[in-house]
Design a protein around this ligand. Structure first.
Ligand SMILES: [Zn+2]
Length: 129
């Protein structure tokens, strides 16, 4: 069990390695502040379990298809048939004759909307007279 002055394995943010650290401060049974035995940097304790959650791993994004399904799940309004003369607003759901179901993700002035389709983003004309 870890104790102040004792050694724990922790992820050193400077060395970018899991290394032996000396415990400087603890809250309950959990080390909160440690000193790296290798570079002598004092930093917050990051245990082996958190070391695997690198920023790169967290940035891994779901596939575009999954993201689209998620988007559709939150936009359950009745779809409107797309036509260049129709006027659309952000978050409108539409059916496009070529691209299929989509959600208006942004209104771009003048007379253009950005629509998210399963195949990706498309900029469409709207409100055309
Ligand atoms: Zn270090």
């Amino acid at each position: 069990m870890a104790k102040v002055g004792g050694e724990v394995d922790a992820f050193c943010s400077k060395c970018q390695l899991l290394l032996a650290h000396t415990v400087i401060a603890m809250v309950g049974a959990v080390p909160v502040k440690v000193e790296c035995n290798t570079c002598r940097t004092v930093h917050r304790f990051r245990g082996p379990s958190t070391a695997t959650k690198s920023p790169a791993a967290r940035k891994t994004r779901a596939s575009p298809e999954a993201a689209f399904d998620e988007l559709m799940a939150t936009h359950t309004g009745a779809p409107r048939r797309y036509a260049p003369t129709e006027l659309f607003a952000k978050d409108d759901v539409l059916d496009h004759p070529t691209f299929g179901r989509g959600v208006v993700s942004a209104v771009k002035a003048p007379g253009k909307v950005e629509v998210t389709f399963r195949t990706g983003l498309k900029t469409l004309v709207h409100g055309k007279h």
